[in-house]
Design a protein around this ligand. Structure first.
Ligand code: MG
Length: 280
């Protein structure tokens, strides 16, 4: 694969992502895919999706797991509902995660991604211990399929994430680095964080955001790529510094015509920057 192929975060009927029509119209050949819901993951549907992506000449580089009952309404709601943090749904979601890994395998994708939820900073915390165990279980399941497991960044500081990696201690655990999330959640400065966790970064979201007035207590604002506080040129230069060669996957968390327009502009921006930074 060429270095830094441009990609789009997509969805086939679930979650926030551009549709395959947008991907085709924009001439893009790699996508991350938000997993469809259970009824859309039958063997027939798997075969259908596999063919659909193959016919479009599109490679799915990551399948993202998402769950019924998750809400991103505000930061406390995310803490309460997202990923493997809520204890009452953990076992059920772990099982569904494995089903989604099977789905990813079925469509020929070797990476499973997820917002695992807010990892507590205290290593002695009962939830922390449970999430470490859950992450190991997912890594070990993915390992049997030759898959990696990528954690989406955003909800914790870089040093907490690094410690979590040490504690999980699995070779196929990696990071999907989303610089905008660190701003949206008020968790950390994206560029220093990227340098700190760089060796674990195996996929990225190209997304931009502005800091909230009270970071960590209220949402920052997601904005079109290049118009926020990430510093996208520096983000790409830092990706080069850490030796990242994977896809640059654009994520724009709005829907409709404006999404398509913003993605088209993001592609143009990334093409310009890629040529200038990689020099080809
Ligand atoms: Mg993201």
């Amino acid at each position: 694969m060429e270095k830094w192929p441009i990609g789009i975060f997509t969805s086939v009927g679930a979650g926030l992502g551009a549709g395959l029509d947008t991907v085709r119209a924009l001439g893009i050949h790699t996508v991350q895919l938000h997993s469809p819901h259970g009824p859309e993951r039958t063997p027939e549907r798997v075969a259908h999706f596999r063919k659909q992506f193959a016919d479009a000449g599109v490679q799915v580089t990551v399948v993202f797991a998402g769950f019924e009952g998750e809400s991103y309404a505000d930061i406390p709601t995310v803490q309460r509902t997202v990923g493997l943090v809520p204890a009452d749904t953990r076992a059920e979601r772990l099982q569904e995660t494995k089903d989604i890994a099977d789905f990813a395998e079925g469509i020929g994708c070797d990476v499973l991604g997820m917002h695992i939820g807010f990892v507590p900073e205290d290593r002695g915390d009962r939830t922390y211990i449970a999430i470490v165990a859950a992450a190991r279980e997912i890594c070990d399941y993915c390992q049997t399929k030759g898959q990696r497991f990528h954690l989406e960044t955003g909800q914790e500081k870089a040093d907490v994430l690094l410690r979590f990696f040490q504690d999980v201690s699995r070779e196929n655990l990696a990071i999907n680095f989303d610089p905008a999330n660190l701003i949206l959640y008020g968790a950390d400065e994206p560029i220093p964080a990227l340098r700190m966790v760089g060796k674990h970064v195996k996929s990225v979201h190209c997304k931009d955001a502005k800091w909230a007035r009270n970071p960590g207590r209220e949402w920052g604002q997601e904005v079109p790529l290049g118009q926020g506080d990430v510093n996208i040129p520096l983000f790409l230069r830092t990706l080069k510094d850490i030796g990242y060669v994977g896809p640059l996957t654009i994520e724009r968390e709005i829907i409709g015509e404006q999404q398509r327009k913003d993605i088209a502009e993001a592609i143009a921006l990334l093409q310009r920057l890629r040529a200038a930074i990689l020099g080809d």
